[in-house]
Write a protein that binds this ligand. Structure first.
Ligand code: CAA
Length: 388
């Protein structure tokens, strides 16, 4: 149903991801969800296949693919299991890209190869219990102490945070008597071996249950000065620029979930008979299936067009937010309709759509809620009018 004319490489990557997902994720995804557990060995296996270094240059053992290839692979993984997909999305879009774009050559040399190979898993720690949408209101404080920084505070909603090896942590480097807003935030490369690192509460979530989402608490976490990423005071900008990429990944994840729900609904509507015929013969069901497919196709077309614009070097802040908004609301719409088509069977765990429905919701929330995406889009619209 994709409108994008795929290159040979893009088709190969899509097939590689689909085959891997069917063989090594689909058979286990329900169990991981039920047990709220993700085996890290699966992430390591994804690394071996190149899925954790898709956008990194070959010099760092990455596959150096275009963004559409990456998003096609991510959609395949998400159609199999959204929890696996969020690890892949965060790792490829946030920590590795932050190191690549803003890190020193020493930092890149130290972390990127093992991250591309999946030997080290990345995470991103921006939010705090009292600073979610208003990310620049964060309070985690870094204080310079000789050749180190001492970090104190709590970061929340950290995907893969319980087993991550390399975490990009945003913390304040301004002082309480001279606050500098978003310009008072810096990024630190944090590894769990540093003294004062502590994994806190693991969230008991509605969906994406296999993906560990944790709090990280730092009580004077001692971070070597060379672990400051880029320039002091630029951490918020680095995080925002990285989220421009991250939101494309979440859009692909949402499209994968929606596609899986549509496929399940198509099969079920063909098999399920009521009033003497398969329910897909009823116009009420046809209208639902048509609406679901149309929205998925539109979201994917926008996503691939935005990915191509990104690879041409254009800013994708506005279109990236549009992709995330449209795809996540599509995922919620499609999974809701899928549950409705399944009727009572959609409400129980014997069929997959109940999981798709639970997994879809978070795509409207993390990496910026739908409301934040609308704010970003509106701001960009106003700015483009001013420059007109
Ligand atoms: N690219 C580059 N720079 C950007 C930018 C972007 N996309 N967005 C903002 N900036 C810059 C601005 O230009 C501004 O720079 P100057 O200081 O030079 O003026 C600076 O950043 C501050 O920007 P704003 O004044 O716009 O900042 P704000 O406080 O009003 O916030 C916001 C803007 C869009 C609401 C932002 O706070 C935001 O995106 N919030 C949502 C946060 C979010 O997505 N969190 C998700 C966390 S990750 C996660 O979900 C967990 C996970 O692991 C998956």
């Amino acid at each position: 149903m994709s409108l994008t004319a795929l290159t040979e490489t893009q088709s190969e990557i899509q097939k590689l991801a689909r085959d891997f997902a069917r063989a090594e994720i689909v058979p286990h995804a329900d169990k991981w969800d039920r047990e709220a557990h993700f085996p890290v060995s699966v992430a390591h296996r994804m690394g071996e296949l190149g899925f954790l270094g898709m956008l990194l240059p070959e010099q760092y053992d990455g596959l150096e693919l275009d963004t559409i290839s990456y998003l096609l692979a991510l959609e395949e993984i998400a159609a199999a299991d959204a929890s696996t997909a969020v690890l892949m999305s965060v790792h490829n879009s946030l920590p590795t890209q932050m190191l690549l774009n803003f890190g020193s050559e020493d930092q890149r040399a130290m972390y990127l190869r093992p991250m591309a190979r999946g030997e080290k898993i990345g995470a991103f720690a921006l939010s705090e219990p009292d600073a979610g949408s208003d990310a620049s209101a964060q309070r985690c404080q870094a204080v310079r102490d000789g050749n180190s920084w001492l970090l104190t505070g709590t970061k929340s909603w950290v995907t893969s945070g319980s087993f991550a090896d390399v975490i990009m942590v945003m913390a304040r480097t301004d002082t309480p008597d001279a606050r500098r807003g978003s310009r008072g935030i810096s990024t630190f490369i944090v590894t769990p071996d540093l003294p004062g690192f502590h994994v806190g509460k693991k969230e008991d979530k509605m969906g994406l249950r296999a993906s560990p989402t944790v709090q990280l608490t730092f009580d004077g976490l001692r971070v070597p000065a060379e672990n400051l990423l880029g320039d002091e005071g630029q951490g918020f900008i680095y995080a925002m620029r990285s989220l421009d990429n991250g939101r494309l990944g979440i859009a692909a994840q949402a499209i994968g979930i929606a596609r899986a729900a549509l496929d399940a609904a198509l099969d079920y509507a063909a098999e399920r008979k009521q009033f003497g015929q398969p329910i897909r013969e009823f116009q009420a069901i046809q209208f639902k299936l048509a609406n679901m497919a149309s929205r998925i196709t539109a979201a994917r077309a926008l996503l691939h067009a935005t990915a191509a614009a990104k690879d041409r070097g254009e800013s994708t802040t506005m279109h990236g937010s549009m992709c995330k908004l449209l795809a996540s609301e599509t995922a919620m719409y499609v999974t809701t309709e899928a549950v409705q088509i399944f009727g009572g069977y959609g409400y129980v765990k014997d069929y997959p759509v109940e999981k798709y429905f639970r997994d879809a919701k978070i795509t409207e929330i993390y990496e910026g809620t739908s409301e934040i995406q609308r704010i970003v889009i509106a701001r960009e619209l106003y700015a483009s009018r001013q420059n007109h």
